[in-house]
Structures are given as structure tokens and as C-alpha cells.
Ligand binder design. Structure first.
Ligand SMILES: CC(=O)SCCNC(=O)CCNC(=O)[C@H](O)C(C)(C)COP(=O)(O)OP(=O)(O)OC[C@H]1O[C@@H](n2cnc3c(N)ncnc32)[C@H](O)[C@@H]1OP(=O)(O)O
Length: 214
């Protein structure tokens, strides 16, 4: 009997979609369709293969194979997750190490070399990027993005939609609020309020983001 690859669709045809394609190729998934709201403006897929997204297509096919929202921007991913009346898939690169005691939400992607330790809960439509380390007892909110080589130690919480930059370090038991930005290489040693943008070692707030409008 032929074993069929699992079929998924991507929403988003930019650079982030290439990394998702790579994970999909590695775990035997076929990307059967790629949608984008700027279908003619892509460097990453053959011209003519991108289908129009739901913002520009009233007949957008919500039903069908499960989607992954392949868009790096957390706010855009969150808005699309509200609008897409579709099923979502979760994908994990085979080189990632994910504890059996961790919970991973739907729509989330875990890239090469990432490590997720026990009793950690990762929300929906989260990006755990290349070689990020998310240690035990973490809680990562929906639509967050943990960038390459970020190190989240034990009992860290990251709120909905927050972005943790490349190589940032978060010491144990820290709570990062929602829709925050933690700069690349930042070292967080105290709790971060909602919407704060924090950089440096030790991390200092330099400004605040606008609240997220649903
Ligand atoms: C595979 C992938 O690509 S995944 C994506 C990974 N991407 C990242 O990790 C990017 C992380 N982004 C950053 O670190 C950005 O610098 C941000 C978001 C924190 C700030 O960006 P902006 O809002 O444009 O701030 P801006 O560049 O104007 O800097 C403001 C001030 O903060 C300082 N600053 C900015 N980023 C950092 C940082 N990471 N560490 C220390 N200081 C910083 C700047 O030097 C500047 O200081 P000054 O006012 O004294 O001159």
C-alpha cells in the first residue's frame, strides 16, 4: 500500500515560508498550495504558483487541507488566525528535541535544533525558531515568536504575541507580558510589562508598543 504524504497549505509566501517548507520536506509533508495577499510579489516561490489570499479573494477556500500561517510578524499571524476558518497543522523539525511532557498548540512551528523541556506549554501559532531553548515549566502564549538561539530558562512566561529576539537570555521565573519586544542579545532579569520594548544587558525598557487591536 502506498503511504501518502500528509498535505498542508501555507498562508504566506515570504522568507519564513521557506523555512516551513524545509521542515515539511523533512517530515514527509506535501505543501499543496501557497496563498499570499501579495501573490505577485514573491522571491521565494515560482511565479504563478502563489494563490491570492483571503484579503483579496472573496472566494478564498477556507475548507480543505490544514494550514500553517507562514508569516513571521506576530500581529499579522494573529489577525489571520482570526479570519481563517480552517484547520491548522503543527510541525516540528526532526532535529528538534521536544519533551513528551511538553504541550504544543496547533499552528505552531518548531525549527531545527530547538529544545523544549518538560512541563512547558506552548500556545497556538507560535514560532520556536532555530536552536531556541525553551526550558522546563515555561508558558509561551499564542502568536509569540522565540528567535534563533534565545535561551528561556526554567519557569519563564512569555505573553501572547510577544517577540523574543535572537540570542536573548531570560533568567528563571521571569514573566514577560503580552505583545512585548525583547531585543536581540537582551538579558532579562526582571518582569516585563505588557507592550514594552526592552534591550540591553541588563534589559531596559526603551519604549512601548501599541496595544493589539483584534
Ligand atoms: C531567522 C530570523 O531572522 S528570526 C528574527 C530575529 N530578529 C531579531 O532578533 C531582531 C531583534 N530586533 C532588535 O533587536 C531591534 O533592534 C529592536 C526591535 C529591539 C529595536 O528596533 P527599533 O525599534 O527599530 O529600535 P532602534 O534601532 O531605533 O534602536 C533604539 C535604541 O535601542 C538600541 N538597541 C536596539 N536594539 C538593541 C539591542 N538588541 N540591544 C541593545 N541595544 C539595542 C539602539 O542602539 C538605539 O539606541 P540609541 O537610542 O541609544 O541610539
Amino acid at each position: 500500500m502506498d503511504v501518502q504524504n500528509k498535505r498542508i497549505r501555507l498562508y504566506g509566501a515570504g522568507g519564513h515560508s521557506q523555512v516551513i517548507k524545509d521542515v515539511a520536506d523533512n517530515i514527509g509533508y506535501d505543501i499543496v498550495e501557497v496563498f499570499d495577499d501579495h501573490p505577485f510579489n514573491t522571491n521565494y516561490w515560482e511565479s504563478g504558483t502563489i494563490r491570492p489570499g483571503l484579503m483579496i479573494n472573496p472566494d478564498f477556500p477556507h475548507e480543505g487541507d490544514a494550514f500553517i500561517i507562514a508569516i513571521g510578524d506576530n500581529r499579522t499571524r494573529a489577525l489571520l488566525a482570526q479570519k481563517l476558518k480552517s484547520r491548522f497543522e503543527t510541525i516540528v523539525h526532526p532535529s528538534a528535541i521536544v519533551s513528551k511532557e511538553a504541550i504544543i498548540g496547533t499552528g505552531t512551528v518548531i525549527y531545527a535544533g530547538a529544545v523544549i523541556q518538560p512541563n512547558t506549554r506552548i500556545g497556538e501559532h507560535v514560532i520556536i525558531n532555530t536552536s531556541a531553548s525553551v526550558d522546563h515549566d515555561n508558558v509561551i502564549g499564542n502568536f509569540a515568536h522565540i528567535s534563533p538561539k534565545a535561551a528561556l530558562t526554567g519557569h519563564v512566561e512569555v505573553g501572547e504575541g510577544s517577540f523574543v529576539g535572537a540570542g536573548a537570555v531570560i533568567i528563571p521565573k521571569i514573566k514577560i507580558g503580552k505583545w512585548c519586544i525583547i531585543g536581540a542579545g537582551t538579558v532579562i532579569i526582571k518582569d516585563v510589562p505588557d507592550y514594552a520594548v526592552v534591550v540591553g544587558n541588563p534589559g531596559k525598557i526603551i519604549k512601548y508598543q501599541k496595544p493589539f487591536q483584534k
